[in-house]
Write a new protein. Structure first.
Length: 349
């Protein structure tokens, strides 16, 4: 029992019996997101091997708040407790201040018990003015879509719209792809070319198996060959193209532009009314690409309770100390990059 005994508030850990109630709360909570869903516990524990501590606040048998935490312990990148690790969101959410405060207190106590370097809340309204924040590093891009695809096309700024139409004229087509292996081949090439380690194919397969119809893959074909592919998440009325990329041929074919248009068009036809282009670091190519689609950037606020560190952890590709690593990674043969990459990326959080 936590808080005022009269409120009957209880903090507990997610298990198989509470998973359905957890997701019902997340779907109904205005601050809930796809990255709060219970299935991430299975995905991360089975595919990446990290312990998850998914806490929920319950009052009179009804879940009133959740806080999904991932314990990422790595020799390379330290020891952290992150909500939700390996995603861009998942910070504490609750119906009321008492439940939020109790979840926060339990998370801090867990961070002490695990003796982590820091506790991190992602994508939330800040709870602690005295915690360190990374303001100005990340933004999100969201925009309403539908119900008329033609109006959505005309809403794309002229230069970007021309790229979409270029892909159409070059004969690109899209398919809903059940082949995770094909998506992974395309995505792996894309992230290798950016100098970034890739997740193992099993990670994507587990995501698709776990979330079922709320995940699909849109693959773009040119003359029968896959040139771009993206895994998309569906939550409430939103579509979130999340893991995506293209081959070296994609740029000349405008395949990435066409791909995101096809995700948008298909989502509108299914009745979805919001397009979440996802997180990007300010000043990067991905940031410029999304802004060119006419999506206004919205700041994301991550906050950190530093326990064994004196400054904010800076594990991101913009950090100059990773410049040589990134340059070397871009030159790796794709087979070697795919072999080594999953062992590195699983430690990044």
């Amino acid at each position: 029992m936590n808080g005022d005994p009269g409120t009957m508030l209880r903090i507990a850990s997610l298990d198989a019996a509470s998973a359905e109630r957890w997701d019902l709360f997340v779907t109904g909570c205005p601050a809930g997101s796809f990255f709060h869903r219970a299935g991430w516990k299975r995905v991360i524990e089975t595919s990446l091997g990290h312990a998850c501590h998914f806490l929920y606040a319950e009052r009179y048998g009804r879940i009133v708040g959740v806080l999904p935490l991932v314990h990422v312990k790595s020799r390379l990148f330290g020891n952290s407790l992150i909500s939700t690790g390996f995603t861009v969101g998942g910070g504490p959410i609750a119906e009321d201040d008492e439940a939020l405060a109790e979840l926060d207190l339990r998370a801090q106590a867990l961070a002490d018990r695990l003796d982590v370097d820091y506790l991190e809340y992602r994508g939330t309204t800040p709870l602690h003015p005295d915690w360190v924040r990374n303001d100005g590093l990340y933004v999100d891009f969201r925009k309403p879509i539908g119900p008329d695809p033609e109006k959505d096309m005309l809403a794309i700024p002229r230069k970007q719209r021309a790229m979409v139409r270029k892909g159409i004229k070059l004969g690109l087509t899209s398919v809903i792809d059940d082949d995770v292996a094909r998506m992974h081949r395309v995505y792996a090439v894309s992230v290798r070319n950016l100098g970034t380690p890739v997740f193992a194919e099993a990670f994507f397969r587990t995501i698709k198996e776990t979330f079922g119809r709320d995940v699909d893959i849109v693959t773009v074909l040119h003359e029968g060959e896959a040139v771009a592919s993206v895994m998309n998440f569906y939550f409430r009325d939103q579509v979130l193209p999340y893991f995506g990329g293209g081959t070296e041929a994609a740029r000349d074919l405008a395949a990435n532009d066409f791909m995101y248009w096809e995700v948008m068009r298909r989502a509108v036809e299914r009745g979805f009314r919001a397009f979440d282009f996802g997180r990007s670091k300010c000043g990067t190519g991905a940031f410029a690409f999304k802004k060119n689609w006419g999506f206004p950037p919205e700041p994301l606020i991550y906050e950190f309770k530093l326990r064994r560190l004196e400054s904010l952890p800076d594990v991101n590709p913009l950090n100059p100390k990773y410049r040589l690593f990134i340059a070397a990674w871009k030159r790796l043969p794709i087979g070697l990059a795919n072999l080594i990459g999953p062992h590195i990326v699983r430690n990044l959080g």
